[in-house]
Ligand binder design. Sequence first.
Ligand code: URA
Length: 487
Amino acid sequence: MHRVTVPLIGVASAWRDAARGFLVAGVPPEQVLWNSEAQEGGADLFGASGPLPAAGAGVTVPRSFVALAGTVVFHRDPQRFARLYALLWRLRNTPHLMSDRADPELAKLHAMEKAVHRCRHKMRAFVRFREIGAPDAPRRSFAAWFEPAHYTLEMNTGFFRDRFADMDWRIVTPDVTATFAQGEVHLDQGQPAPLLPEDASEELWLTYFRNIFNPARLKVNAMTAEMPRKYWKNLPEAAAIPELVAGAPARARAMAATAPSLPPMRAAAAQASLARHVSAWADTGEGLEAAIRSCTRCPLHCMATQAVCGEGPHRAALMVVGEQPGDSEDLAGRPFVGPAGQVFDKVAAEAGLDRSKVYVTNAVKHFKYIPRGRKRIHQRPDAGEVEQCKWWLDAEIARARPELILAMGATAALALTGSGRDIMKRRGTVERGRLGHDVLITLHPSYLLRLPDPQARLRATADFRADLAVAARLVGNATIAPSARLR
Ligand code: URA
C-alpha cells in the first residue's frame, strides 16, 4: 500500500507528479491511499510508504482530463485525489471515457469542477480589501480576509496579481495566505483572521451599493443566489441589504408614481415632422420607398443588405404585415419571396386571396440575423427595433388607407396593436389597431414551416387559410366566404 500526502500549496503539480509515477509503475487505485495536507494537518510531504516510482516517464492523457484534474484538486472533498486517480487509471483502457456523459464518476468530477469554478468566481467578486499600510509608505498596502468554499486562493493569485498590481496586498484564508509584494506572489499556510481596520473605502462601497440598487427590479432569490449569505459578513455593502430589501416595495411604488408622464420636448417636434412627412407620402405616394431605403434609425441597417419596402398597390383595401425580411428577401429586396412567402402565396391562393391587389409589407424593414459560418440565422426583432420601424409602417398605412390590416405573427401584432402576446388565442379575431384600423390577427406562415408534427401542421394551415379567407372576404377580395370571429 502506498500512502501519499499531497501538500496544500502546489497541490496541482504535486498530485500530477505522484499520479503519473503510480500510473507508469502500474499501481492500481486500490493500492494508493491519498491524503491531503490541508485535511490531515501534518506536513508528511510525499511520505510514501512503499517505493514511490519516479515521475516523468511518458504517459499520455487526454487534455480534457488534465484540465479537469487541474481544477478538481482544489475541491474540498477528501476523496478528490483518489477519485481523479481512479478515473486516470480507467482511461488507460478506455480512451473515450472523457466523452462518456453517462459515466457517474466522470459526472461527479465534473460537478466538483463546476463547484470549484463557482468558488473561484465568488472569490474574485467578494474579496474586499482594507487599507493597512502607513500613510507615508511608498506603496499602499491592503489586506483581506476571505473564507472560500474550496481551496481556490492558489488558482486565483494570477487574477489578483494582474488586477491589483499597483499596490501590495495580502489575502488571508483559513488554509492559505497569498502575499503580493515587490511584484511577486508568495503562498504560505493559512493564518487566523487578521484584525482589519475599518476603512474609508467601506463607506464608499455602501454609498455605491445603495445607488446602484434598483428597488423596482429586486429579486431576493436571484440576489442571494448570486451573493450567498455566507459571504455577507465580510462584505461592507451587505450591511445595507436588509434595509434596502425592506424599503424596496415602497420605493418602487414611489418611483412609479413620480415617473415622467410627459414626453421629452424633442418628441413633439419629431411627431410634427413625422406628421408632415406622412401626409406628404399619403398625398403623393412618392418618396416613401427612397426614404425607407436610406433608413438608419436603428443599428439593423448595418448588417442587412438593404431595407425591404412593402410591395403592392399604394392604395389598398387590404394590407398584410409580416415580421421582417428573411435571408431571401434581404437579398432580393422584396417582401415574402422566400420559403415563408411561398407558403403565404400557396395558402392565399387556396383561400381565394389575390396577392396582386394586396399591399404586403413587414413590421421591420431590415433583416436581423446572426452570422453562423456561412449561414445567417434569423433573429426576432426586439421591441425597440419594432418601435423605431413603426415610423415607416405608419407611413405605409397612411398612404395605403386600408380597410383591414392582416397581422401575421407576434411582431406584426405588436407593431399594429401594441401587444404581441397570445397570438394563438387571438388569431381569427379582429382588433382595433393603434391607429384605429381593424386588425385581423393570424399566425405567421413561417410557423407552419417549423411545426414538426404533420397533423399539427395540417390543422394550423387550415386555421391560417381560414384567416386569409376572412381577410379576403372582409375587403371584397375573395371568392369564398367563411365567417369571422369579430370582437
Ligand atoms: N418573413 C416575414 O415576416 N417577412 C418576409 O418578408 C419574409 C419572411
